[in-house]
Design a protein around this ligand. Structure first.
Ligand SMILES: *Cc1c(COP(=O)(O)O)cnc(C)c1O
Length: 457
């Protein structure tokens, strides 16, 4: 390649003044920064191609400006964007976990402006942002007291940092769970400087192992719900109630990380509940707000008044506190749990919807698209969110075939609205259990658009 290629890279001012950027609504210095980073990448690429002695076409200022304009349009897209979850995973962490109820969404909008977050309106004096939520939490969950932090990981960090000093927390090797994306419970428990004392073995842990850890000086016991996996075969775990009795005898707190955070009503009975863990003797139970609770991202810490007070007064609490919008959504979600035997939350509706109703919806969409009866198939959905590993919910999916199935999946993901399904046996499955029935029409139109492009092939 000729050495003058770098000199022919477009000059910044010429790029900024090009017609495709002149009318941009972005401020000039923002455009400049975006253009600079793109020019830097272009230079790297040019260098790379020169090294390999390959030809490289240097774009002119107008073409460069068009690239910058495209990049700026991408930056302007709202994010996170709404998607149609056709994965069949009810609580999909990559898709925002629990979809919020209409009342929770309205509450978030109400709290978004100025609000009485920390003002007691009657007396006109300062209050705590959790004052009005705590009695509701306690009554709905069935706990003496409760605290709320940013997420369950924050609850785990706070509880182990405060209660695990000075001797560390005792945690069974069999419960050292990895939740996903490299998040490990034991690592998070230790992140605040508290030691984690491994107890027993991977497959078998006995009461005597916990006794040994306490004899070593452990300050607290941590119990972790296995969440996303099961152990079979030569396994033994100390029942929570027996562990609670030991903790009581030895005067150390027992913290149970439940994760999924079921409140019971309207969800599978096999999944433990916060109240159930407390009834078995856990002093504190930790749970996520956006798993089986069906609410916003939050960490619920429920249990003993004195322990909750100790956590609440730790300086770290300030760094882990939830914002006003989250608290508003959590409040609305808890009211739904407190007023209805099976809360009408989107998560609970997805869980409870009958197979016949799903099938009728599938057939309606298939008929409208002229897909033929074999496009509606029986399938399986899962709860996700670290609950009920291995348990499948019967579901109905639309089964789409195409010569290039990955391309079809991509077209649906990048359409408007984006639709996320999954590929199985060279077909694209769009699961209806995780689609709100009110979105069926939009789903059908999105499929129609994605298939039309396929047709000429
Ligand atoms: C999901 C989960 C967590 C993490 O909760 P986040 O709310 O995502 O921080 C921790 N522990 C257990 C057992 C979980 O299932």
């Amino acid at each position: 390649m000729e050495p003058g290629a770098f000199a022919r890279l477009p000059k910044m001012d010429r790029v900024l003044d090009a017609p495709s950027l002149a009318a941009s609504s972005w401020r000039r210095e923002v455009i400049r920064r975006v253009a600079e980073s793109m020019l830097a990448r272009l230079r790297d690429e040019l260098r790379e191609q020169q090294r390999a002695d390959r030809p490289f076409e240097v774009p002119d200022a107008e073409r460069m400006a068009a690239h910058v304009a495209t990049r700026l349009r991408a930056l302007e897209l709202p994010h996170p964007r709404r998607v149609l979850n056709a994965t069949g995973v009810l609580l999909h962490t990559n898709l925002g976990r629990a979809p919020l109820s209409a009342s929770a969404i309205a509450a978030m909008a109400e709290a978004a402006g100025s609000c009485d977050l920390e003002l007691e309106l009657e007396g006109g004096h300062r209050g705590s942002r959790l004052d009005w939520l705590r009695p509701l939490l306690a009554a709905v969950i069935g706990a003496p007291d409760a605290h709320v932090v940013n997420n369950n990981a924050a609850g785990l960090l706070l509880a182990s940092t405060v209660l695990g000093r000075p001797g560390g927390v005792a945690l069974s090797y069999g419960q050292m769970v990895e939740i996903g994306d490299g998040f490990r419970v034991a690592t998070m428990a230790a992140a605040g400087g508290c030691a984690v004392i491994g107890v027993g073995s991977t497959n078998r842990t006995h009461l005597a192992d916990y006794e040994a850890a306490l004899a070593q000086g452990a300050s607290a016991i941590l119990w972790v719900h296995l969440s996303n996996f099961e152990q079979h075969g030569f396994v033994a775990e100390v029942p929570l109630a027996e562990l609670a009795a030991l903790a009581k005898r030895r005067g150390v707190p027992l913290v149970a990380d439940l994760g999924s955070g079921s409140l019971g009503a309207g969800l599978p009975e096999r999944e433990p509940t916060i109240a159930g863990y407390l009834a078995q003797g856990a002093d504190l139970v930790l749970a996520s707000g956006d798993k089986l609770l069906g609410g916003p991202q939050a960490g619920i810490i429920a249990g003993d008044r004195e322990l909750v007070a100790r956590l609440r007064s730790h300086p770290m609490t300030r760094a882990l506190r939830p914002d006003k919008v989250t608290l508003a959504a959590l409040h609305a979600t808890l009211v739904a749990h407190g007023q209805h035997a099976a809360p009408q939350l989107p998560l609970h509706r997805m869980y409870a919807i009958e197979l016949d109703v799903l099938r009728a919806r599938g057939e309606r969409i298939a008929a409208r698209l002229g897909l033929g009866g074999d496009a509606v198939v029986e399938s399986e959905a899962t709860l996700g969110g670290g609950s009920l590993p291995g348990e499948r919910l019967p579901s109905i999916a639309l089964r789409l075939r195409a010569d290039r199935i990955e391309a079809l999946a991509r077209r649906l993901r990048t359409g408007e609205p984006p639709v996320v399904g999954h590929i199985a046996d060279k077909a694209l499955l769009l699961e209806l259990r995780t689609i709100d029935p009110a979105d069926d029409e939009e789903l059908a139109s999105a499929i129609e658009r994605a298939l039309v492009i396929e047709a000429p092939r």
